[in-house]
Design a protein around this ligand. Structure first.
Ligand code: FMN
Length: 260
């Protein structure tokens, strides 16, 4: 089957998911397009056809698809469009995230044909899986992309495919957010970059030092983007999170791939 266009669609507050998505999609023949769902604000509905493919990537939050991403994915509409699913996670676990992503996309009219769970640097405790996806990961992601591309060629148009099996359980595990409060320190110059970039508009439009902790999803985007490095998590809390994750994240996990 000739795929006309492959669109990489991602919610990626600190960039790991975007990187991994582009590595995979870049190997699939067809015109390449990007759709970044991370920025705040209203967006239109997006429609995809049968001769297109999408690669949809999200980070794992508490073993789930982040609620903010799940909401945005409802703007995507497929017409039996082939979908490659991808989650990145901080070397702890991805639990129900891939299954949840699959069900969301099926509901939106897509046909899941392949999936990947990709370990990446933990964006809260960056010493965990630091620098991943690394050279070895990149090689695997590209290879997976090439395999998916080959699979598309083998498929007839109007193909029938089986159900893509991915790990995960229902009911999904509960996730109510992480209790991290991100604060702006005295080096904040009030440039407003964090206000513009916060995916959920949790930072006051008039004073970046004020963050609505009920809205904040602790995605770490403001911390990463601040040009003055003024935004931080409390050091004691960060240390506690680090201690908690140390054991479960110690062993290097490898990317997993699934195909129909
Ligand atoms: C709120 C929050 C919850 C997270 N939960 C998990 C988790 O359950 N398992 C895991 O391995 N990593 C977890 N992580 C780490 C991210 O999934 C990982 O760093 C991801 O690659 C970030 O993607 P991004 O750079 O595209 O934003 C969590 C990160 C955040 C901010």
């Amino acid at each position: 089957m000739n795929i006309k266009q492959v669109t990489s669609i991602y919610f990626s507050p600190t960039g790991n998911t975007k990187t991994a998505a582009e590595l995979i999609a870049g190997q699939i023949a067809g015109q390449q397009a990007q759709l970044d769902l991370t920025d705040p604000g209203r967006r239109p509905d997006y429609h995809f056809l049968e001769n297109e493919a999408v690669l949809v990537g999200v980070p794992v939050y508490g073993g789930r698809v982040p609620a903010a991403a799940a909401e945005r994915l409802k703007k995507l509409h497929g017409r039996k469009t082939a979908a490659i699913l991808m989650v990145t996670y901080g070397n702890r676990a991805y639990e129900d995230a891939l299954l949840e992503l699959k069900l969301i996309l099926q509901r939106q009219g897509f046909r899941p044909v392949a999936a990947a769970a990709v370990p990446a640097e933990h964006n809260i405790v960056r010493s965990i899986a630091q620098g991943r996806p690394d050279k070895a990961d990149r090689k695997k992601l590209k290879q997976f992309g090439r395999e998916v591309g080959r699979r598309f060629w083998e498929l007839e148009s109007n193909y029938r495919i089986g159900d893509l099996k991915v790990p995960g359980n229902r009911p999904f595990r509960k996730f109510h957010g992480v209790p991290l409060k991100i604060k702006a320190g005295p080096s904040c110059k009030g440039c407003g970059q964090c206000i513009r970039k916060c995916p959920v508009q949790a930072i006051s439009r008039t004073d970046p030092k004020v963050t609505d902790s009920d809205r904040c999803i602790a995605c770490m985007r403001c911390v990463r983007q601040c040009p003055s490095e003024a935004r931080r998590i409390n050091a004691v809390v960060l240390l506690a999170v680090k201690q908690k994750l140390k054991k479960v994240c110690a062993e290097r996990k490898e990317a997993e791939f699934f195909m129909v």
